[in-house]
Design a protein around this ligand. Structure first.
Ligand code: TYM
Length: 332
């Protein structure tokens, strides 16, 4: 059976981008068709300046939202990265496989590093090595497929390269994974700045739909989305990124095709209204279920405890094999 692994980083409140790019597919398809593991990758939240209490709160909130969205612990394995030591253990071996040059070429490192430096913050070493930890997350489980949004493609490519290199040098140990992307909305853009990604750690919330925003706020954000001064609704990502973004969001919500939806509309207002309605409807059950689950932290904690126990059992043999293959003396 195909093994799937993916994760969400608790660096901010989850967004519509996280949902349409990743979580939606995990719920609707992946957990039903594969042996799937989904992880709150909390160690990754420590690569930039962080507030410990906030990371803890966001980690529990992310797990609660994953359950509220419909991940079913009877169908998939939901757990927290830091509860499974194998991730950090394997990451070190992969650091001994990766090179400084290939990590410095990672786009997210360049962008986030430049942003940190520009605001006078020092850049944590873990921001550079982050993609190696991500490779460890993936490779520890013998993952075949990694369902992610477009922004993670380069990181999954690195995981592939490291798997191949390790296998060639030390003998076959890792499955070589591949990224899979949703057919639409693989890169949901900021509603106020449709040339940049809708990201949970952006400072301004006006262009970002958060999964827990109430219906009125979601409508307001979408109705105020930046488009352009034209009239005709067409799907052209290069020339009309704001419109294309709305069409993609609508298509993803209703299971349609953005290019086919465009000619249905004769005004921007009608497109925005339908998009707002579709997003509100999509998120309504999630928000309701989240409110129920948030009142039952014991249940969420129990799911996570069980999930990490199982994840440890899955990861350990492969990570132990990697320790042996690379030349370390067996100790346990
Ligand atoms: P993160 O937490 O930034 O995002 C989680 C998932 O949401 C997708 N995503 C988007 N998709 C479409 N449009 C957007 N605007 C958008 N924003 C985010 C991301 O592509 C991702 O699939 N490095 C990862 C977390 C990670 C991981 C892993 C993922 C760590 N280890 C192993 C897969 C496998 C990250 O920062 O995702």
């Amino acid at each position: 059976m195909t093994r799937i692994f993916s994760g969400l980083k608790p660096t901010g409140h989850l967004t519509l981008g996280n949902y349409l790019g990743a979580l939606h597919r995990w719920v609707e398809a992946d957990q039903h068709q594969a042996d799937a593991l989904f992880c709150v990758v909390d160690l990754h939240a420590l690569t930039v300046e962080h507030d410990p209490a906030r990371v803890r709160r966001l980690s529990r909130q992310a797990a609660t939202l994953m359950l509220a969205a419909g991940l079913d612990p009877a169908r998939c394995n939901l757990f927290v990265q830091s509860h499974v030591d194998e991730h950090a253990r394997l990451s070190y071996l992969l650091e001994c496989t990766a090179t400084d040059g290939e990590l410095r070429r990672m786009i997210q490192y360049k962008e986030k590093g430049a942003r940190a430096a520009a605001s006078g913050q020092s850049v944590r070493l873990s921001l550079l090595t982050y993609p190696v930890l991500m490779a460890a997350d993936i490779l520890a489980y013998g993952t075949d497929e990694v369902p992610v949004g477009e922004d993670q493609t380069q990181h999954v490519e690195l995981a592939r390269d490291l798997a191949v290199r390790f296998n060639q040098r030390y003998g076959h140990t890792f499955v070589v994974p591949k990224a899979t992307r949703p057919p639409v909305a693989a890169r949901v853009m900021d509603l106020q700045d449709p040339t940049s990604k809708m990201g949970k750690s952006h400072e301004s919330g006006a262009g970002i739909v958060y999964l827990l925003d109430d219906a009125d706020l979601v409508r307001r954000k979408i109705m105020r989305a930046v488009t352009d001064s034209g009239h005709e609704v067409e799907y052209d990502k290069e020339r009309r990124p704001g419109l294309a973004n709305l069409l993609e969001i609508l298509a993803a919500c209703i299971g349609g095709n953005p290019a086919e939806l465009a000619p249905v509309y004769t005004s921007y207002g009608a497109l925005k209204k339908d998009t707002a309605d579709a997003v509100v409807e999509l998120l309504r059950p999630l928000r309701e279920r989240h409110a129920e689950l948030a009142a039952d932290a014991g249940y969420v904690d129990a799911v996570l405890a069980q999930g990490s126990e199982r994840a440890r059992g899955t990861a350990r043999p492969r990570v132990d094999a990697a320790y042996a293959a690379i030349g370390l003396l067996p100790g346990r």
